[in-house]
Design a binder for this molecule. Structure first.
Ligand SMILES: C[S@@+](CC[C@H](N)C(=O)[O-])C[C@H]1O[C@@H](n2cnc3c(N)ncnc32)[C@H](O)[C@@H]1O
Length: 289
């Protein structure tokens, strides 16, 4: 089944979902804090070539860097000496991220197609570990749902992080967290309140609207899925509709047992620094142990 990041239409739908549910963007302040802490932890000497490296794994359409750019423009703190690298396996998500690159950071962002479990294939991660910040936002570590996949990512994240000073920020959404049953239920309710209730016009493709069907929730062991049917409809000048694409995407991933992520991270050589919580996720902040 398709994963929901498999076409230009679904990449746009991802962004439309974040417009529909603004609370999904509550992590902006956490990433702004991580950026500021990074600079405070390792002040750069003016005369040296050294840079900060800030990496967003599973960057999708660039939400983390776009939010960060907005926040840095508002609060100050932009620096030319940061290399931002966004990595994602979906060419469609990356194409959209590139098109939406924020002006304030466009000269220092690089988007790379690759896998969260093959970090050392990326040129910048070869050689000594010099990454200052790794983010894996929006509960996306759950998308590594094959046995051992998330564990493999954690080992590699530890391997690229700058010893002591580097930080990895890894989000676990409550819908993927069996120790947060009450919040799981609340989040499900919030999503059902507004989803699939209306047609959503495309902002990127003239004359296109998305018609969402009813989501089907299913749980299989430690995996959870929301199968989401969507029709892509072309509407002509007379209002005549032609369905040009019909797809069901299976959005979901691995559900974590209480303490499971922490154990996997510790085993991978990461040490917990702190956790921050929002209405929909726990953000674990790790350093290399
Ligand atoms: C829920 S979206 C999050 C996008 C973005 N980080 C955000 O916060 O808005 C998950 C993203 O992870 C990407 N992804 C999933 N598995 C991946 C993998 N193994 N390697 C690289 N990217 C992956 C998907 O293509 C998708 O763009």
């Amino acid at each position: 089944m398709k994963d929901g990041y498999h076409s230009a239409y679904w990449a746009e739908l991802y962004d439309l979902g974040h417009d529909l549910f603004p609370w999904l963007n509550e992590d902006g302040n956490i990433f702004l804090g991580a950026y500021k802490d990074m600079r405070a932890r390792r002040p750069l000497e003016a005369c040296l070539e050294d840079k900060y490296i800030f990496v967003d794994i599973g960057c999708g359409t660039g939400r983390v860097f776009n939010q960060l750019a907005d926040n840095l423009v508002q609060t100050g703190g932009l620096s030319d000496r940061v290399q931002f690298i966004g990595l994602d396996y979906s060419a469609h998500m990356l194409k959209r991220a590139t098109a939406k690159m924020p002006k304030a950071l466009s000269h220092c962002i690089k988007y790379v197609q690759g896998s969260a479990t093959d970090l050392f294939a990326v040129e910048e991660f070869q050689g000594p570990p010099t990454v200052d910040v790794v983010t894996f936002a929006a509960g996306s570590i759950s998308m590594l749902m094959e046995p051992g996949q998330a564990e493999k990512f954690l080992v590699q994240a530890a391997g690229v992080l700058r010893p002591k000073k580097g930080r990895a920020l890894i989000s676990v959404r409550y819908v993927f967290d069996d120790s947060r049953q009450a919040e799981q239920a609340k989040m499900q309710e919030r999503m059902f309140e507004t989803s699939y209730s209306q047609d959503t016009p495309s902002s990127s493709f003239p004359g296109i609207l998305y018609r969402q069907g009813k989501e089907i929730y299913r749980r299989e062991g430690n995996l959870v899925f929301w199968d989401l049917p969507v029709q892509v409809i072309k509407v002509d000048a007379n209002g005549l509709e032609t369905v040009i694409d019909t797809d069901v995407a299976s959005m979901g991933g691995r559900v974590w047992k209480d303490g499971e992520l922490l154990l996997a991270a510790t085993t991978a050589g990461l040490e917990l620094v702190e956790t921050c919580s929002s209405s929909n996720e726990t953000m674990y902040v790790f350093k290399r142990g």
